[in-house]
Design a protein around this ligand. Structure first.
Ligand SMILES: NC(=O)CC[C@H](N)C(=O)O
Length: 306
């Protein structure tokens, strides 16, 4: 018998309430994100059968940031197949998400699609395929079953201050690994990061990852093949939380993708997809309470890939 998920989520929200906003730091290197109040916590899940449960601030929209990398990777895998991997690796980096160091010795080929360099390389591929900004929004809206949009203020804020991303894109371009104009590629990257969604929408949108690639709502429609869904989950487990991925696999044991907006999407294959959100981050850029919530969820339900 499956657990009473609503009771589990209520319990997690109540347990973490006293800690909400008490530790960690809201991302401040993107000025528009620095203004988000830290004392917020939301959690939502959607099972493979379509049951939904939510608690706390699960319907408050937030900046999805690097969670977008999950969906742009999916779009690129759908449209390019194996060719995608000529430009992007599949190894954990063991370095902060915005680090430049490995690119120098590795001829401008990013370690994986979930660090900034890798996501910028994916954005370049999508720009080559055309209509990328509209495609990203249409894809996310279809998966979430609701219209989603960019937060133009956050996108502008990133464009003004994203000096490291500008450096990463130019550095890869110097190795001949970016085909399009750097400004165009970064415009897509900054916009995908600036999509606003809430926990309920994200738990739904990532639903195909717990359903062998089947669309979260339309069972007969495949978002990806079963093999592609398995591979995306593998990348999330090994690379989805940056240089904390080993620790997260150890303490939580679920494929996860986090963002500096404080969101984390987690997948229990063949069971459900979860999204937690709390803006205050730990030193690795992962939501502090988000990780605690996932640890509690696994402890309470026994659901994990291991
Ligand atoms: N880890 C993140 O969420 C980083 C995304 C952020 N937009 C950046 O480029 O720095």
């Amino acid at each position: 018998m499956s657990p009473d998920f609503q009771a589990v989520l209520d319990d997690i929200a109540t347990t973490l309430q006293p800690e909400c906003g008490m530790a960690g730091q809201v991302a401040s290197y993107i000025p528009a994100l620095a203004r988000v109040p830290a004392a917020q916590f939301g959690i939502a899940l959607r099972t493979c059968k379509g049951e939904e449960a939510l608690a706390g601030d699960a319907t408050t929209p937030f900046s999805i940031q690097s969670i977008s990398k999950l969906f742009t990777l999916t779009l690129a895998m759908r449209r390019m197949g194996e060719d995608l991997w000529d430009r992007i690796g599949r190894e954990p980096s063991g370095n902060p998400f915005n680090s430049l160091v490995q690119l120098e010795n590795e001829q401008g080929k990013p370690r994986n699609p979930f660090i900034n360099a890798g996501a910028i390389a994916v954005a370049d591929r999508l720009v080559s395929l055309g209509n990328a900004r509209a495609d990203v929004l249409a894809f996310l809206s279809d998966l979430a079953g609701e219209l989603v949009d960019f937060d133009e203020e956050v996108a502008a804020s990133e464009a003004e201050t994203g000096f490291r991303n500008v450096a990463l894109a130019n550095f890869m371009k110097s190795f001949g690994k970016i085909d399009n104009a750097v400004a165009e590629v970064l415009d897509l990257y900054f916009h995908q990061c600036a999509v606003r969604m809430n926990c309920v929408q994200l738990a739904r949108a990532a639903g195909f990852l717990s359903r062998d690639g089947a669309h979260p709502v339309h069972r007969r429609k495949q978002v990806t093949t079963e093999r592609q869904a398995r591979r995306i989950n593998a990348l999330m487990l090994t690379c989805g939380t940056y240089d904390a991925a080993g620790d997260v696999a150890f303490s939580i044991g679920l494929p996860c993708k986090s963002g500096v907006g404080g969101g984390i999407v987690a997948v229990v294959p063949d069971h459900l997809t979860l999204c937690v959100w709390s803006p205050a981050l730990d030193a690795t850029g992962n939501s502090l309470l988000g990780l605690k919530a996932l640890e509690l969820f696994v402890a309470k339900t026994g659901l994990s890939v291991f």
